[in-house]
Write a protein that binds this ligand. Structure first.
Ligand SMILES: [Zn+2]
Length: 188
């Protein structure tokens, strides 16, 4: 039953990826300024006003362009976007996927290339009692689909052309928007 524990650990890990990830933001408030701005978010002074339309809060320091509120809203939007755009497959993530995929392959007695969605779905449901929701999330994950060879790998960098990235895989052309998160899409 050790395999079950390991695989359930994998799903906790997989879920944590949706909320996790670290990025560096490019804001203008230093840590100490954030603390100071938090305790006194609306300084009454002659600093220029926040450049966000309709906002009339003065910025915290003359060299800032946004008030603390808008700077932090902006910084977290940037962070969230960077997290969504992170297509890398780190060492731990790769290991976790490898473990699960080799379980599937041996459970079904087939090489990875021959696994299909239905078979995987059954194996995960009956073999390790994964919920339907988790199975769906696993099968829809662009990382999974790339590792199974159904699409180019999610961490593959394609050739950029205008707004899209292009790659060839199994004699088929694939593309995806450069600045939007999402899986590789089949072309034609
Ligand atoms: Zn503002």
């Amino acid at each position: 039953m050790a395999i079950l524990g390991v695989l359930m650990g994998f799903f906790d890990f997989l879920k944590s990826l949706l909320g996790g990830g670290s990025t560096h933001s490019t804001g203008t408030y230093s840590k100490s300024e954030v603390a100071a701005a938090r305790s006194s978010p609306r300084p009454i002074n002659n600093n220029p006003k926040c450049t966000e339309p309709t906002c009339s809060t003065p910025v915290y320091k003359p060299e800032h362009t946004l008030c603390y509120y808008h700077w932090s809203a902006n910084a977290s939007a940037e962070k969230a976007h960077a997290r969504l755009m992170d297509r890398s497959i780190g060492h731990h993530k790769q290991q976790a996927y490898d473990r699960l995929l080799s379980f599937l392959s041996s459970h079904m007695g087939k090489p990875l290339e021959e696994l299909d969605e239905q078979g995987i779905s059954q194996a995960l449901g009956s073999g390790i009692r994964m919920t339907e929701e988790d199975i769906k999330a696993f099968l829809e994950s662009p990382t999974t689909r790339g590792l199974l060879g159904w699409t180019p790998r999610h961490d593959h960098s394609g050739q950029e052309h205008e707004e899209n990235e292009w790659a060839e895989h199994n004699e088929v052309k694939w593309y995806r928007p450069v600045n939007k998160p999402g899986p590789w899409l089949r072309h034609g």
